[in-house]
Design a protein around this ligand. Structure first.
Ligand code: FAD
Length: 395
């Protein structure tokens, strides 16, 4: 008999959330991550209201931000500007997002998974899946000491992010056509932070995101086309990235005294679609299941929400030994995210056409109905979503 029912590869939001929910329901879970926690991750570090609410449901706190044991900043909405065009939206009454260091929120969630009973092994890199015919039956991983380990389970969850080894090994990953790269940094000394995620779009593909993350710091993420990003000097990356941001007129004064702490993280490209698949013994969650673009800041919500939707289906799969519940999960997940994904594609395309983009910002900005609607969709603002923590019973 396998020692574990489920192996979760990756302890980001999708991995830790699924490990927490499954372990709380009596499933024997092993979660593996290649890194030592806390570890940094390139990210705008703003959780939208949907993500904050999902974290609350998953961890059993009615206000997740109040349960954080690390600094964070409430986020009440967002502001997009492009030249003189401006669109500002506030989340609905009582709903807020949170800005915080990614490594801290990821560690916090991984600890909740451990407390619920999941075994969490760090510095353990998964190298490939074990196959039994067409079925994934476990993983080959390398221990912190470099020893290869073969671990079997009824299900392997690939929560291992954009460059998922699980997706690659199952040959379902693809490279999308969008070529962008991002530089993320934490800044002190930013003037005029106002409890909003602020996006400055230059119209040439350059986007600068700014968000307060608590303790007087701001996250700054500079997104550029891959070709331009590759041409940047690597010697003084901090100076170059600050220079790119200060070149935006609205930011010149605000960043005059700003300094980068802890260096700059780079990543990209992000467009990683996954082809539809139905592989027994394997499930992809979060970015590993397909990612497009960070512009609308919905990735963490989707990672958490996909874990919430998958957990009951996984328990049913383990109880019935039937693959059908996971098929149903994939359909439910697609149905829930499809409209948001279409909107993400429209927004990304528009943002690269300066005249259309500025017109769109002005048109939406003149209607409070449209602005509120957009804020609700992009914030993944919760309606009435309940999470049923599934309970594993003997089959
Ligand atoms: C530039 C940028 C800015 C972003 N900004 C935001 C934002 O502000 N708000 C937001 O909501 N979303 C944002 N996102 C998206 C968000 O970061 C992701 O959607 C989210 O982290 C997905 O979570 P995940 O659990 O699927 O994967 P990840 O958070 O990527 O976690 C994957 C984990 O798997 C581990 N791993 C990888 N390979 C292996 C292996 N072989 N073996 C073992 N472990 C492995 C990694 O160490 C990592 O801990 C941004 C993305 C980018 C690229």
């Amino acid at each position: 008999m396998n020692r574990y029912d489920v192996i979760v590869v990756g302890a980001g939001p999708s991995g830790s959330a699924s490990a927490k929910l499954l372990a709380a329901g009596g499933v024997r879970v092993l979660m593996l991550d290649a890194e030592a926690f806390p570890r940094r991750k390139p990210c705008g570090e703003s959780l939208n209201p949907g993500a904050v609410a999902a974290l609350g449901r998953i961890t059993g706190h009615s206000h997740a931000r109040e349960a954080f044991d690390f600094p964070s900043s409430p986020i009440q909405g967002w502001k997009v500007s492009s030249g003189r065009a401006l669109l500002e939206a506030v989340y609905p009454e009582g709903q807020y997002g949170a800005g915080c260091r990614r490594e801290q929120v990821d560690l916090w969630l991984a600890e909740q998974a451990s407390r619920a009973g999941a075994v969490f092994e760090q510095r353990t890199k998964v190298e490939r899946l074990i196959w039994e015919g067409e079925r994934a039956a476990g993983v080959i991983a390398r221990s912190p000491e470099g020893k290869p380990m073969s671990i079997r389970a009824s299900l392997v969850i690939g929560s291992d992010g954009l460059r998922s080894v699980v997706a690659r090994n199952a040959k379902v990953n693809r490279y999308g056509s969008l070529r962008k790269a991002a530089f993320t940094a934490r800044l002190n000394g930013v003037r005029g932070l106002n409890g909003r995620v602020e996006l400055f779009t230059a119209g040439d593909g350059k986007v600068i995101g700014l968000a307060p993350i608590g303790a007087g710091l701001a996250n700054m993420t500079v997104v550029l086309g891959s070709a331009k990003a590759a041409s940047l000097a690597v010697k003084d990356l901090s100076g170059v990235v600050l220079g790119e941001a200060r070149a935006v007129p609205e930011l010149t004064e605000r960043l005059r005294d700003a300094e980068i702490e802890d260096g700059v993280l780079t990543c990209g490209p992000f467009d990683r679609p996954v082809i539809p698949h139905d592989i027994a013994g394997m499930l992809l969650l979060g970015d590993a299941a397909g990612y497009y673009d960070p512009l609308t800041g919905q990735g963490i919500y989707r990672a958490l929400r996909s874990a919430e939707l998958a957990a009951p289906a996984i328990v049913r799969m383990l109880q019935t030994r039937s693959h059908e519940p996971l098929r149903q999960y994939r359909m439910d997940q697609q149905a829930e995210f499809a409209a948001g994904t279409r909107l993400q594609h429209i927004i990304e395309r528009l943002s690269r056409q300066p005249i259309l983009w500025r017109s769109a910002l002005r048109i939406v900005g003149t209607s409070s109905l449209l602005t509120n609607k957009l804020a609700g969709i992009i914030g993944d603002c919760p309606k009435e979503t309940n999470t049923c923590i599934p309970v594993m019973k003997s089959p």
